[in-house]
Design a protein around this ligand. Structure first.
Ligand SMILES: *[C@@H]1O[C@H](CO)[C@@H](O)[C@H](O)[C@H]1NC(C)=O
Ligand SMILES: *[C@@H]1O[C@H](CO)[C@@H](O)[C@H](O)[C@H]1NC(C)=O
Ligand SMILES: *[C@@H]1O[C@H](CO)[C@@H](O)[C@H](O)[C@H]1NC(C)=O
Ligand SMILES: *[C@@H]1O[C@H](CO)[C@@H](O)[C@H](O)[C@H]1NC(C)=O
Length: 280
């Protein structure tokens, strides 16, 4: 099933923990590491490295072998500039993404990600984690084979600004939603043709509070969704490629806390086009 094989997350403030087979530091400046007592051991390592390679803070990933962390593998990823008009928090996303990509290429399976805060970007830690997960995504067709391993088994997050378990839950939630959208959007045209997408979505929400309804009646689609049907024409001849309408309904069963006030109804309208899978 889709998410059985998702990355495991842990919060840890111990850079020496042998669970981690690499430590990744994302920062706008190596000197900013100084402000964090728990990172004392790596400060001299970065300082020494900065003396022999002046590129350390120039938007690059530096791989620094060192005894200061138990795995001997320290990756320092520079965000590049963060203080000009056109810099935004995505600097952190990109830096973490590049670092995890480099770490995966070195065989790393369970790194600890440390994002040094910068006051202009209060969400930097979250965004860096999202970037890290981008590089950790293992395509669906690879996960589907039991003997294939994930790019990363786990990701440790060293929390600085937000140490609450909710932070981890948020990252986990974002990862899951990304996996689902990447699986469906990037999956190959056979594994993710509309009927297979419908099966995937049904399996995904099985036993949850989201009700899934799938319309596969092509006559009904023709009558009620004429624009979709018009596109379906190009896929019509192959039953495995015929259109599906997937309804997701979430209704929480909670009582309203304030009897004077009705629940708010929230509607999200969007579309997921998988009609021309294989063509494009
Ligand atoms: C940094 O360099 C100094 C001077 O060469 C050396 O004494 C020290 O052990 C180095 N520290 C680390 C952590 O590599
Ligand atoms: C200096 O560091 C940068 C970033 O890690 C790296 O790309 C470059 O190859 C390094 N230079 C040398 C001579 O190792
Ligand atoms: C994984 O298993 C499949 C079939 O079970 C096999 O064809 C494939 O070679 C295996 N891949 C690896 C990397 O062992
Ligand atoms: C979609 O394609 C199938 C297969 O050719 C066809 O039977 C069906 O009528 C088409 N549906 C619509 C709404 O055009």
């Amino acid at each position: 099933m889709a998410l059985k094989a998702a990355t495991k997350f842990v919060l840890s403030e111990n850079i020496a923990d042998s669970v981690f087979d690499a430590v990744i530091v994302v920062s706008h400046s190596w000197k900013a590491v100084e402000k964090h007592a728990g990172l004392k051991a790596i400060l001299p390592v970065l300082e020494n490295y900065s003396k022999i390679n002046s590129s350390i803070d120039k938007c690059t990933v530096s791989f620094i072998p060192t005894d200061a962390v138990s795995s001997n593998r320290l990756f320092y990823s520079s965000t590049g500039t963060v203080n000009t008009d056109f810099d935004d928090v995505r600097r952190y996303q990109k830096a973490a993404q590049n670092a995890v990509k480099a770490a995966v290429s070195a065989g790393v399976k369970f790194p600890l990600l440390i994002t040094i805060p910068y006051e202009r970007f209060p969400r930097a830690e979250l965004i860096a984690a999202v970037g890290a997960l981008h590089s950790a995504y293992t395509p669906y067709h690879i996960r589907s084979e039991d003997n294939q391993t994930l790019k990363l088994e786990g990701l440790g997050i060293y929390p600085i600004a937000d140490k609450s378990p909710r932070f981890l839950e948020l990252i986990q939630g974002i990862e899951r939603s990304f996996i689902v959208s990447r699986d469906i959007g990037d999956g190959d045209p056979q594994r993710m043709a509309p009927p297979k997408v419908a099966e995937y979505v049904q399996e995904l929400f099985k036993g949850s509070s989201v009700k899934v309804t799938v319309d596969s009646d092509q006559e009904k689609i023709k009558k009620e969704y004429p624009l979709l049907a018009a596109v379906n024409r190009s896929a019509n001849d192959v039953p495995e490629h015929q259109a599906r309408i997937i309804w997701l309904e979430y209704s929480n069963e909670e009582e309203s806390k304030n009897s004077q006030k009705e629940f708010e109804t929230l509607m999200l309208v969007g579309k997921g086009v998988t009609l021309d899978t294989g063509g494009r």
